[in-house]
Design a binder for this molecule. Structure first.
Ligand code: MN
Length: 252
């Protein structure tokens, strides 16, 4: 139960946060230092996040976050969120609208340092809605995909094509942190190849890759059944044979 985790967070839990009216959910504040620079430990229960806000300053100022426990998110207005893990460091420039808080399934703590400046204050804005927050929680950090098939198979005859295949298509497109997880990327790629009728060895590779990345047989079969009437029945027959070969080889 996460209540036990709360009691054990580094730098101490402190008291219920007096600013909780600007938070969704419950947070805790442990002020560690006030002389010259304000340093506090902020702990968020799972699902807790603060409202959109701005650290104002006429000179210098801003806020530093040092993540010490759990998993959470930081997001600047209009930008992709950043997943935060222990050891991550964030500088929030003055004037930048943002929020920070826990992931939906994790207790989360960060040290918050108020960078000294002139004319400093905090402007609190609207809450992070449940819909916005749910979408952020489906954001996945980059999972680098290593690929050498281009160089292995075509490096001698087409080195630039091989580089684009390995370093750009797989190294960047497949590896990008985003709202799509790797399993969805696998299914979409199989759907794209199947719909073109590209039921060759590259499709077999992608069915094997899907299994390796944790795509379930039922999820894949249902995806292909769903698209069958759109893309053409015979293409689905071809890909289903690969699915059987990869997922149920004993039934051949
Ligand atoms: Mn802040």
């Amino acid at each position: 139960m996460y209540k036990e985790e709360l009691a054990a967070v580094p730098f101490g839990l402190g008291e219920p946060n007096p600013y909780n009216k600007f938070f969704t959910g419950t947070s805790y504040l442990n002020i560690l230092h006030t002389d010259g620079v304000l340093v506090a430990n902020v702990t968020f229960e799972p699902g807790c996040r603060n409202f959109w806000h701005v650290h104002e300053a006429t000179k210098d100022g801003g806020q530093i976050l040092i993540v010490t426990y759990g998993r959470g998110y930081y997001q600047e207005f209009g930008k992709d969120p950043q997943e935060l893990l222990p050891g991550d460091f964030v500088f929030i420039a003055p004037g930048v609208k943002h929020w920070h808080g826990a992931a939906s399934d994790s207790v989360f703590s960060h040290l918050a340092l108020e960078v000294p400046g002139e004319g400093t204050s905090t402007t609190w804005c609207e809450s992070v809605s449940d819909r916005e927050y749910a979408e952020v929680n489906s954001f996945h950090k980059s999972t680098p995909v290593q690929q050498t098939a281009g160089r292995d198979q075509l490096g001698a005859i087409a080195p630039e094509f091989a580089r684009l295949n390995d370093d750009i298509l797989f190294g960047e497109v497949w590896s990008r942190g985003s709202y799509l997880d790797i399993k969805k990327r696998c299914i979409l790629t199989i759907v794209a190849l199947t719909s073109q009728g590209l039921t060759d060895s590259s499709l077999l590779y992608h069915v094997k890759n899907a299994k390796n990345q944790g795509v379930g047989k039922n999820e894949l079969v249902e995806s292909l059944t769903h698209i069958a009437m759109y893309v053409g029945w015979s293409k689905i027959w071809a890909v289903m044979r690969y699915v059987k070969e990869v997922y149920a080889p004993k039934e051949q």
